[in-house]
Design a protein around this ligand. Structure first.
Ligand SMILES: [Zn+2]
Length: 343
């Protein structure tokens, strides 16, 4: 099969012929139709996220099962599928509690610790594939459906994690990014008042189109003041920080209202300061949110199937143009998500 192989971090992809994967016991192989090209996998390509090499990256796939190994009963040839990003075990306490991203026997990630979707075929443990629910036309909209598992489901899960209620004010830091723009969309879907915070003015129109009621240009460094102004001094009910630098996290927490919630995800894991007295006196929460469960992916796919939300994919390129596309992802030039068309 043709595959876009990454031989080492920080080097260009190599389009080459590699052996077709063969499904062993408990595994299945899918033909890949499209695969999303987001920042998560660009971090692997750039060497900012460690992985083993050579590697075929990519996890936001839409595909069709072509073969299943011995003992696989959950999938059959022809099933339309996407993939879960985590290689979780399925039987530990966390997995059984429907908290799969916190799996105690985590085996890493698709496209990082095993080969992923930048190829004509992908082989995974059968339970890692997710069968698409009824009502989705995966042949007409493969790129949009493929990115749901991460770009749209992650923001959907954040709404639950932060207990967002209709009428609350939600500020999204890094709103112009691939996940940020989908967070605006999901927060609007949840009937919140949505404030986009970003430094990249070229993304502001897309932020408004995705559902932002107001925009805060963070490039002048006065984010806290702007958020307090927009809320008559009360602060925002929820701050969701996809940038998660020390500066953005400290701004987010200072801009919180009484009973406000700060959610961190993304970023490089740097420490930040919070006033414990503010947490106490204002009953505020500081939360982390890690990927999604399979159930949340299925719930998000159902929302898409019902036409309530639609992922924003603005660039679809053939597999051979992966390098050029990743150069745009690295520069933050893509609005929403980009994807590769493979099969
Ligand atoms: Zn587990």
């Amino acid at each position: 099969m043709k595959a876009m192989v990454l031989n080492k971090p920080g080097t260009p992809f190599e389009l080459k012929e590699v052996p077709d994967p063969v499904a062993g016991a408990g595994e299945a192989v899918a033909r890949v139709i499209t695969c999303g090209s987001g920042l998560t996998i660009q971090h692997i390509k750039a060497g900012r996220t460690p992985a083993t090499f050579p590697r075929i990256i990519g996890h936001e796939i839409t595909g069709e099962i072509v073969s299943v190994g011995a003992g696989v009963r959950s999938l059959a040839e022809g099933d339309a599928v996407t993939a879960y990003y985590y290689l979780n075990c399925g039987y530990c306490r966390m997995c059984l509690a429907n908290l799969e991203p916190l799996c105690e026997n985590a085996g890493g990630n698709v496209g990082k610790d095993c080969d992923g979707g930048y190829a004509e075929f992908i082989k995974l443990p059968a339970h890692v594939f997710i069968k698409l629910p009824e009502g989705l036309d995966h042949r007409a909209h493969p790129a949009e459906i493929g990115v749901v598992t991460d770009a749209l489901a992650t923001p959907y899960k954040v709404l639950k994690r932060a207990r967002v209620k209709p009428g609350e004010t939600v500020a999204v830091f890094g709103a112009g990014g691939g996940l940020g723009i989908h967070q605006l969309m999901m927060a609007k879907w949840a009937r919140a008042r949505v404030i986009a915070v970003d430094t990249n003015a070229s993304k502001f129109d897309a932020c408004r189109a995705a559902g932002a009621d107001e925009i805060v240009d963070a490039s002048d460094g006065k984010v806290i003041e702007a958020l307090l102004d927009l809320t008559r001094g009360h602060g925002v009910d929820v701050a969701i920080d996809y940038v998660s630098t020390t500066a953005t996290l400290e701004a987010g927490v200072k801009a919180l209202a009484v009973r406000g919630r700060l959610v961190t995800l993304g970023g490089a894991g740097k420490p930040f300061q919070v006033s414990s007295m503010d947490l106490l006196l204002k009953e505020q929460d500081v939360l982390g949110s890690r990927y999604v469960t399979r159930t949340e992916i299925l719930e998000t796919l159902d929302l898409v199937a019902r036409g309530e939300v639609r992922p924003l994919v603005t660039e679809i390129r053939p597999l051979a143009e992966a390098e050029a596309l990743h150069e745009r992802v690295e520069r933050g030039a893509v609005t929403g998500r980009a994807a590769l068309r493979i099969g």
